[in-house]
Structure formats: structure tokens, C-alpha cells
Design a protein around this ligand. Structure first.
Ligand code: TNX
Length: 490
């Protein structure tokens, strides 16, 4: 009873005079609840990072590594309460990813039920520190944080980014950097678009001709999965089928209905290729690919694409998807796909012109991931004069990418139908990390906030003011970003 009263009054103070939007630090995503408190804490050169449990130790070491670079301090990790204390309580009250973060003159206390929750809270702590904390080399400080009391947990459990490594290939190092930056905004899924007409980017040992020079070996892919997992990011591999398969059809003649290998393709058209639905070899191929990729993937989902199969007869498409579903089941994964696949566990809404598909998927029991192209596609140009990108879904300035809500974007689809959000980055026009970052920053943090923060806690006016403070953080990390005129950059 007393506990309930205390929670109610704590919420009242945090929501009324100093709501997350109106006061305090420039956090993205904005926390569920934040209260500015008296005083401040300054990290001193002899500070330590305390962590009691073995479970929290790797997160503490990662925080120490980060803070050592820019402070130059020793910051030993110790097994007792210290100036910065991380605590994995085992308590499930704030869910798997929730955390509390209290900054008082005496120190910083970050507590969560799980190491994952502590990791999410560490991202908040980084943003509470001055931007120079992100520098790779020692800076003068002082490292002062204003007093604050935060209770936070995500609105949606799936907050993804997608990277198309098929149209242009990106190395393991480039993917790691993309993961690192996204994880700073509490993104927890990396969807890798591994195959398309232009290339097959993952080694399949039973079909060795699929992957060419620019591709991941199975060890490369394992390394991406491991690195992502260290940041509590789940990898969802996508093998796009039955369309977007020219690379496979070029590598193996027998996958074509006419038995003739296709020519390699480097253009940007879509919808011209299809696996041969009536040939048994197609399903042996799919079974082999799914078995190998599933074995390398600890996450629950395997994405079989399914988009834009304009060269597959609709009846054949249904036949294909039914067998694909069985194959994915057999290998212990859950089928995910674009919204054209309405029969899987998760469907991804992408085409603003096709809300019917999203509704159909929900009617068949799927959950939705929301990626409406006119808001969430990071490959759309910001303006007419943006150097890279496409514009088929319109121009998407920062405000367009931010001002939408997953629960109202498709009529008839509500909060309970939605697993989360994802920001896809297609790379027909993008060949370098600089180009990827320019398209993703500053839009990606906004999509991450839409996935994490309560709708009532966010607004465009508040967001643009908070986002402005992230420019110096990106500069410190050498991130290429678009200095949108909509944002009053610091
Ligand atoms: C549509 S979105 C596609 C991709 C393109 C993208 C470009 C989707 C499921 N398919 O093949 O790369 O547009 O924006």
C-alpha cells in the first residue's frame, strides 16, 4: 500500500513540473520518467566503477573502456559500491530492458533487473555527460552531471535498424560501427538484408557459388552476431525470396525454371527475378540455406523477405510461402518477412500505399514491425538537393521521419498488434560509411525514440531541441551527419 502510494507520488512529480520534455538533459530517446534533482556529480580522476554481480561485469568494463578514452582516468572496475555503481538486481519490475538511474552529489547509481537493462542505462549515462566524453582521446573535462532521477523502460520490444549489404557490400568493421552508433540510441535489432538481385553476401557451404568476393564468410557473420550481442542487439538475417534472387539465379542454372543461368545484375530495378516455385531443387536450396543461416543465428527470427515478387504468379507465391514457412519451422526459427508475407510470425509494414497487407497480416495473427517508407526509410532524400538516396516515397526531412506514431500509421492496427519499429537503409545509392551515416543521422535516433519512448513523453519541439545537442557527440565520434536546417544545432 505504502509502496503504491510512493510510486504514484513519484510519477506525479516526474510528470508535472519537470516532464521529460520540458526540463533537464538532452536525452534521445527521451526517458519514460525523469526528474531533475538538487546538486551535481563530478567524475574525479580517482573514481571507480562498482559492480557486484558477475553478470554486470562486462557492461561495467565496457563503460570503463569508453570513459577511460576521453577522461584519461584509470577508472578501475571494483566489486563493491563506488562513485559509479551498476547493479543487476534480478528484479523484473522494469522489464527486461528497464532501468533506474540516479545522479546525486554522492555518485551515480544505475540499477536494472538484467545486464541488458544496465547496458541501456549506460547509453543514457553517456548522454548525461558532456559531449567530449565521446572523444577517442583525452579531453580536459570537467566531467560534471546535473542531479537527475530517471525511471525508464521501452514502449516496444523491437527497435530495429536494417542495413542492405547486398546492393553495396559493407565490411564487418563498417557494420560494427553502424551497430555501435545505433546501440547508443537503444536500438536492439540489426536486420541484415544479406541477399538481393545484385549480390549474395553470406557464405553457404552447401551452395558455394552463391557468395562472391564481397561477402561474409560464416566466421565473419558469427563475428557480427557476437559483436551485436555484446551490445544486446539481436541479428535478424534476411534471405530475400522468391523475388530479389537474381544473384542466386546467376550462380546456379538449375534454380531457374528454364535451367539457364541469369546474367549478374548491377542495376537498380526491382521485381524481375523469381525462384522457380515448381521445381523441387528450389526447396532443397531453401532448406540448405535456412539450415545454415539458422545455425549461425541465435536470435528467434529468420526473415525470408517476400517483397516485390512481381515476377512470381500470385498462386505460386502462396505455394512458395507455405513451404518456406515449413522450412523455417523445421529449423526452429520464426518466419519474418515484409508485409507481402501475411502468414508469418512478424510482418514488416513498409509501403504506405499498401496498408491492406499490414491489416491482413494482423488478421492472420502476425505482429507488425512498422517501417512506413515515407517516415522510416533512411534511404529517402531529405530534400531535392540531397546528394544520395531515392525519393519514391517522397522527401523525408527530419520532422517527417519523427512526426508519426506506430499505433496510428495504419488504420485498424493498434498498439497491441505492434512489435516495434525499424529504420531500413537501402543502399542502391550508398557505397561508403560516410554516405550511410549521412542518411541515418539524424533520422535514425528519431525512429529509435519512437520505438522506445512513451508517445505522451515526446513532441517535435522538444525533440529538435534535444537532438541539437547530439551534433557535438557525433562530431566527437567522427560521424558524418546531415545538418538539417530544421534543427537548432549546438
Ligand atoms: C523497396 S522496401 C524495396 C527495396 C528497395 C527500396 C528502395 C522493400 C521491401 N523493397 O528493394 O531497395 O524500396 O527504397
Amino acid at each position: 500500500r505504502l509502496a503504491a502510494l510512493m510510486t504514484a507520488s513519484a510519477l506525479a512529480t516526474s510528470c508535472a513540473p519537470s516532464s521529460p520534455e520540458s526540463a533537464g538533459p538532452a536525452l534521445v530517446p527521451v526517458p519514460a520518467s525523469l526528474r531533475v534533482t538538487e546538486g551535481s556529480f563530478t567524475l574525479a580522476s580517482d573514481a571507480r566503477i562498482g559492480v557486484r554481480s558477475a553478470e554486470g561485469a562486462p557492461v561495467a568494463e565496457e563503460l570503463a573502456r569508453l570513459l577511460r578514452r576521453s577522461t584519461g582516468y584509470a577508472l578501475p572496475v571494483v566489486r563493491e559500491p563506488a562513485e559509479i555503481t551498476l547493479e543487476v538486481s534480478g528484479d523484473q519490475e522494469l522489464g527486461r530492458e528497464g532501468y533506474t538511474l540516479d545522479v546525486t552529489p554522492g555518485g551515480v547509481r544505475l540499477a536494472a533487473g538484467t545486464a541488458e537493462g544496465v547496458f541501456r542505462g549506460v547509453q543514457t549515462l553517456r548522454q548525461l555527460l558532456p559531449a567530449a566524453i565521446e572523444s577517442p582521446a583525452p579531453q580536459p573535462g570537467p566531467w560534471t552531471i546535473g542531479g537527475v532521477s530517471i525511471q525508464d523502460r521501452p514502449r516496444f520490444s523491437y527497435r530495429g535498424v536494417m542495413l542492405d549489404v547486398a546492393r553495396h557490400f559493407f565490411t564487418v568493421e563498417q557494420v560494427k560501427r553502424y551497430i555501435d552508433l545505433a546501440a547508443s540510441y537503444k536500438v536492439n535489432v540489426l536486420h541484415l538484408h544479406l541477399t538481393d538481385d545484385q549480390g549474395w553476401r553470406i557464405e553457404i557451404r552447401s551452395w558455394p557459388e552463391l557468395a562472391g568476393d564481397d561477402s561474409y564468410t560464416q566466421d565473419d557473420y558469427r563475428e557480427i552476431v557476437r559483436y551485436a550481442a555484446e551490445r544486446f542487439v539481436t541479428v535478424v538475417p534476411e534471405i530475400d525470396t522468391p523475388g530479389h534472387t537474381n544473384a542466386a539465379l546467376a550462380a546456379y542454372a538449375e534454380l531457374n525454371c528454364d535451367g539457364v543461368a541469369r546474367e549478374p545484375y548491377e542495376g537498380t530495378e526491382v521485381g524481375f527475378s523469381s525462384l522457380c516455385v515448381d521445381k523441387e531443387v528450389t526447396y532443397r536450396f531453401l532448406d540448405d540455406v535456412v539450415r545454415e543461416v539458422a545455425a549461425l543465428t541465435p536470435g528467434p527470427y529468420l526473415n525470408l523477405g517476400g517483397d516485390e515478387a512481381h515476377s512470381t504468379d500470385p498462386e505460386d507465391y502462396e505455394k512458395f510461402v507455405a513451404r518456406a514457412q515449413q522450412i523455417v519451422d523445421t529449423h526452429g526459427k520464426r518466419l519474418m518477412g515484409w508485409a507481402e508475407i501475411t502468414s508469418g510470425s512478424v510482418a514488416q509494414h513498409w509501403n504506405p500505399r499498401e496498408p491492406d497487407r499490414a491489416r491482413a497480416a494482423v488478421a492472420r495473427g502476425a505482429k507488425l514491425v512498422m517501417s512506413p517508407a515515407d517516415h522510416a526509410y533512411l534511404d529517402m532524400k531529405y530534400t531535392d538537393s540531397t546528394e544520395y538516396g531515392l525519393d519514391w516515397a517522397g522527401l523525408v526531412e527530419v520532422s517527417d521521419s519523427y512526426e508519426w506514431d506506430p499505433a496510428t500509421v495504419v488504420e485498424g492496427v493498434g498498439e497491441q498488434d505492434i512489435l516495434g519499429v525499424e529504420a531500413p537503409l537501402w543502399t542502391e545509392t550508398l557505397a561508403t560509411s560516410g554516405a550511410l551515416e549521412f542518411m541515418a543521422y539524424p533520422r535514425l535516433p528519431g525512429i529509435a525514440e519512437i520505438g522506445w519512448s512513451p508517445a505522451a513523453a515526446r513532441s517535435w519541439e522538444g525533440y529538435r531541441a534535444r537532438l541539437a545537442a547530439h551534433g557535438p557527440r557525433w562530431s566527437a565520434r567522427s560521424v558524418t551527419f546531415y545538418r538539417s536546417p530544421e534543427i537548432p544545432w549546438n
